[in-house]
Design a protein around this ligand. Sequence first.
Ligand code: SF4
Length: 358
Amino acid sequence: MDKDLKEKTLDELEQIVVGLGQKKYLAGYVFGFIHTKGISEISQITPLSKTLREQLAKDDHFISQLKVVSKLADPDGTVKYLFELPDGNRIETVLLFDDDRRTLCVSTQVGCAMNCAFCATAKVRLRCNLTAAEIVDQVNTVQKDEGRISNVVYMGMGEPLQNYDAVVKSVRILNDPAGKNIGIRHITISTCGIVPAIKKLADEDIHPRLAISLNAPTDALRTKFMPINSKYSIAELIEAAKFYRLKAKQRVTFEYVMIKGVNDTVLHAQVLARLVRGIRCRVNPPHAWRINLIEFNPYPGCEFVASGRERIERFKEILEEVGIKTTVRFKMGQSINAACGQLGAAWEGKDEGRRAKL
Ligand code: SF4
């Protein structure tokens, strides 16, 4: 992918253009045409001279393009795209509408190795990491099709921080004012809790919002359905969240998928409230830590059941009684398997072995 112009930051494009003996500012046209006009041919970058376009093509540069396999719409407005990568592997991307926000949930890997018990993507074994271009192109393609995307959440297939370099690069490209210019507070990376990567992200010069998939208030319970917890405990995860909050000065939210009889009792809520209230951080009072309760979405063959809405509301009340800001994300896109945790369930196994395993 070294020659893919969609994969390049503006700085990298400038180096390419200058390396070809041309003026640096011309790189801005390449970047702008790719990321705001969604073009896929070098010949379509018309402000460039014919000579420069020919130089780029002669140097084997190209602009990659995801193939849209299908586009499904749910009655609630949610739209799910199934994309095919050049090697035949497939990924899913979901567009959600919420008032005037148009949020795109992007994938970062084909499959996932984290093996969270409640997640359909975990059933698709990890096949490969996406490139930065493949992540960015989900936004480019959907925006060209459906209009401006206001928010991007890295919550689709895969664990974003396991594909660290491509994910951070894609954030830089999406945030660049010369391209999509999506504000950094409108970009959220969701992680199951790769502690060293959270700390590394805090040390970057670009800081998206962070969502931590917590899902249980104790290590004993969390380890049962999130194997990553046996490597990084809840205490270590909270230390990393504090470090990110302090260094990045960016919002951190704890995500909590509500599963009936597993993690949704009054006692679970009370223990969670105590845990979050106990977080001490210089930049925040405890009530500044947010919890997002997510209605669980069962997928075919799944052993878990969703908590009822009454139970979710009760859980929320317990958290709010002690001053924790709590939101609830109810299921969206369920009829098209586009809801949280359902991605990859429908087509898994149909394209085995087309790309080398990691
Ligand atoms: S919840 Fe996220 S990290 Fe866990 S298996 Fe699913 S995609 Fe991977």
